[in-house]
Design a protein around this ligand. Structure first.
Ligand code: NAD
Length: 566
């Protein structure tokens, strides 16, 4: 039926069911996850190979996609395929326990590690922006970030509103309803709060409303503020997307003396050319300006970002809790504009997530390769049975079942960590249980377990995951490299190393892994190792930086930290 990309145009999504087109399930999982990224329900602009996060791509070109598909269909059980920035470049005989696919995306040598140089190389067809999970074929749609956003806001509520029922009665103002940012309104309402989110692209608001992530939309800010105030006064959850530029909306709110309880942002500010929209244009006008005159676009985009950060700072000054939500808007303004105060509001990791990283906790996610929702529902039961004492986890699974619709391959996310029982970490215990369920036929086809690049021991990103580390080691990138090497040694089935995810080229290095649970002894062996070493990296990375919680976890669960007592 023609080339793989011609087939994609027909089917547009991952193959499902129990018959496979590759030699084994490890290769088949890679093929299904690549195509799942490009499912129109999952990716933001799959026809351009763009998955999420500005221009995060799954493959460099449709030719490269075709070649990857051909290689995966032909790849043996003892071979390893090499993918360089979304293009297959080699294939070697390795061994059964080695990864089937190794991926490196967007990496540049330090001195050249800038957007300018990246765009020159991209124009020559030599490199691709892999974002985080886009280029590593682990994106599962907005559902992938929802728990992280939910947990972050829950942590914020615990810290700033102790005794309050989450965010009940509180108004959160934000921007960006894209692939990741679209999770914000639902995460706020799941915490019982009210969300007003600015979004320039009306179609994105519509998409979030269609999938139940956002409740209403309006062009009228006064109406949005009134509805939000009313809902907050009545203690009712409510979300509204305002069709506006976020910088303009914050200024207009301040002119009206409206100061929310919480202010943040998830526009794609990490990329001033292809992610963030300057004020004063419709989306179509701005897209035309970018095409015609990219330099003017970038200048206007950075001017708007400066006003945007000013607006956040002014709201903070007037009493709002402000935090950056991982899009590097502070770094952009500090680097390109003269605004010394840009870092006067914290990033979300040091503010709310680092204590979890110290325990090796991170966003563990799994997808049912069968495409059958019942398989995920069986894993939901399994995770609850396995961790009966974790009330928050039970609440999360119940909420997710009730409120989060599947996109593409049915998937689930939950944050699990290193803590061991009978020598097995939480992540390993759960993966082994899924493997048993696959072996017993209670789950109809293999399950692939993967995670975000934003995890405890897998990323160096000084304006985000490693912002303000206790020992000043924010920019040390040895850690993610060790993490990727260790994932290979432990036998993960896909391992990837990327530059620039979340915060833009030159600002971060980070890694990802996949393990395919096909019910075999080999899968159990891999899962036991990978899901011990991978969260273990989070524990040793934070113990090395002097975090007591990480040192205590290392002591309690027997993680070797060689120079600890010297
Ligand atoms: P996306 O590109 O899919 O969506 C960004 C959205 O912002 C688009 O809908 C765009 O129309 C809108 N937008 C751009 N400029 C705007 C402006 N000035 N005003 C209003 N709307 C504007 O990106 P995404 O996947 O949603 O990610 C958003 C940002 O968050 C990125 O910078 C990404 O790197 C970062 N991110 C954060 C996390 C996290 O855990 N906090 C995770 C992933 C991504």
């Amino acid at each position: 039926i023609g080339t793989p990309s011609e087939q994609w145009r027909e089917y547009r999504g991952a193959p499902t069911g129990t018959d496979i087109e590759c030699e084994g399930w490890r290769q088949e999982a890679a093929l299904r996850m690549l195509n799942n990224n490009l499912d129109p329900e999952v990716g933001e602009r799959p026809e351009d190979l763009v998955v999420y996060g500005g221009t995060g791509r799954a493959a460099r070109s449709w030719d490269a996609y075709d070649a990857i598909m051909d290689e995966l269909r032909d790849l043996g059980d003892t071979e390893t395929l090499l993918v360089q920035s979304g293009k297959p470049v080699g294939r070697f005989e390795t061994h059964e326990r080695a990864p089937r696919v190794l991926i490196a995306n967007s990496n540049l040598v330090g001195k050249w590690d800038t957007w300018e140089h990246f765009h020159e190389l991209e124009a020559k067809g030599l490199i691709m922006y892999g974002q985080m999970t886009a280029g590593s074929w682990a994106y599962i749609g907005t559902q992938g970030i929802i728990q992280g956003t939910y947990e972050t806001l829950a942590a914020l509520a615990r810290e700033h509103y102790p005794g309050n029922d989450g965010l009940r009665g509180k108004i959160v103002v934000t921007g960006g309803l894209g692939g990741m940012g679209g999770a914000q309104p639902l995460a706020v309402t799941m915490n019982h709060g009210v969300c007003i989110a600015a979004e320039v692209d009306e179609e994105r608001i519509d998409r979030r409303i269609e999938t139940g992530y956002c409740q209403e939309k309006t062009d009228d800010l006064d109406e949005a503020i009134e509805r939000a105030r009313e809902a907050a006064d009545n203690g009712e959850p409510y979300s509204v997307g305002v069709h506006a530029n976020a910088a303009d909306m914050l200024e207009a709110m301040l002119e009206r003396d409206f100061v929310p309880d919480v202010v943040t942002d998830q526009t794609s500010a990490h990329d001033e050319l292809e992610g963030y929209y300057p004020s004063g244009h419709t989306v179509a006008e701005a897209d035309a300006l970018r095409e015609r005159d990219p330099e003017t676009y970038v200048e206007e985009s950075l001017d708007t970002m400066e006003r945007h950060v000013d607006g956040i700072l002014e709201m903070q000054e007037r009493g709002a809790i402000a935090f950056e939500y991982g899009n590097n808007i502070r770094g952009q303004v500090e680097d390109h504009r003269d605004l010394d105060a840009a870092f006067d509001f914290p990033g979300f990791v040091p503010a709310y997530i680092r204590p979890l990283f110290c325990e090796g906790k991170g966003p563990f996610r799994w997808a049912a390769l069968s495409g059958n929702p019942a398989d995920i529902h069986r894993t939901d039961e399994a995770v609850k049975e396995l961790f009966p004492e974790k009330d928050d986890l039970h609440r999360w699974i119940d909420l997710a079942q009730e409120r989060v619709s599947f996109q593409g391959l049915p998937s689930r996310v939950c944050w699990l960590g290193y803590a061991t029982e009978d020598g097995l970490t939480e992540r390993a215990r759960f993966a082994l249980r899924i493997n048993e369920l696959v072996a017993d036929g209670e789950i109809s086809a293999p399950v692939v377990v993967t995670r975000d690049h934003l995890d405890a021991g897998s990323v160096a990103s000084p304006n985000r995951e490693t912002e303000a580390m206790k020992d000043g080691s924010d920019a040390v990138a040895d850690w993610p490299i060790l993490n990727a090497l260790l994932n290979c040694a432990a036998g993960a089935d896909i391992v990837s190393v990327h530059d620039g995810g979340g915060v833009g080229i030159g600002n971060a290095l980070h890694t990802n892994n996949h393990v395919v649970l096909d019910g075999s002894d080999l899968a159990a062996e891999k899962a036991r190792r990978v899901f011990t070493t991978d969260p273990g990296m989070g524990v040793i990375r934070h113990a090395d930086a002097g975090y007591e919680v990480a040192e205590d976890v290392a002591d309690a669960h027997g993680v070797a930290v060689p120079m600890r007592d010297r």
